[in-house]
Design a protein around this ligand. Sequence first.
Ligand code: 5RP
Length: 235
Amino acid sequence: MLVETKTANLEDLKRMAAEAAIMYVRDGQVVGLGTGSTARYVVLALGERVKAGLAIKGVATSRETAELARRSGIPLLETEDAWAIDVDIDGADQVDPQINLVKGGGGALLKEKIVAAAARQVIIVVDHTKRVPCLGNPFPLPVEVIPFGWGSTARQLDDLGLKPVLRERNGQIFRTEAGHYILDLHIGRIENPAELEIRLNVIPGVVETGLFVGRTDLLIVGTPGGVEVQQGVRQ
Ligand code: 5RP
């Protein structure tokens, strides 16, 4: 019973953050649509505004989001296009005090990073439990890897002490939308996310990491005391 109450509260906080974020969306804009349970509230709230006359176009970061956007009446741009995205709104698994993020809990990190990089403004929406003093433990860092030779890629990560675990779902290897695998790295504290991102990206077979360093313009946090907004510094 207590768990149910807590869950309901967290959902309210996610929704609060999402509804605050969509106030930044203007008529005529192209909007990046993130993936996950918090981004879902963004899509639902934007859908309500579209029904009320807001003219926007969306770029979805996953099939799941694309489907929800279509059902909510949000027109989507082709995914294989060169977009000019005005604002991207997405969730995160962890947020540190400098607004560096771990993302990829839902496995959409590659598309999420491509869309964030293509956006003029990136807004991250979370509930307050996502805030951590330092990225890392207990949340593993997702790394998207090519299936070809994934075991060798994993061994290189293991040699660096990063404890990779191949992600599975329902007893099957989890496949990202691009058909890749995910290795979840069970790292302790990520003291220097920028340096780790570079170290990971030079390993052959690594497609992308769930580290989003210096990629956020605005963080919107749903807390029991209300919505908090923190300005980021995009690098
Ligand atoms: C998916 C993501 C999500 O943004 C992240 O997992 C947060 O999801 P939720 O809002 O459900 O906690 O990166 O790849």
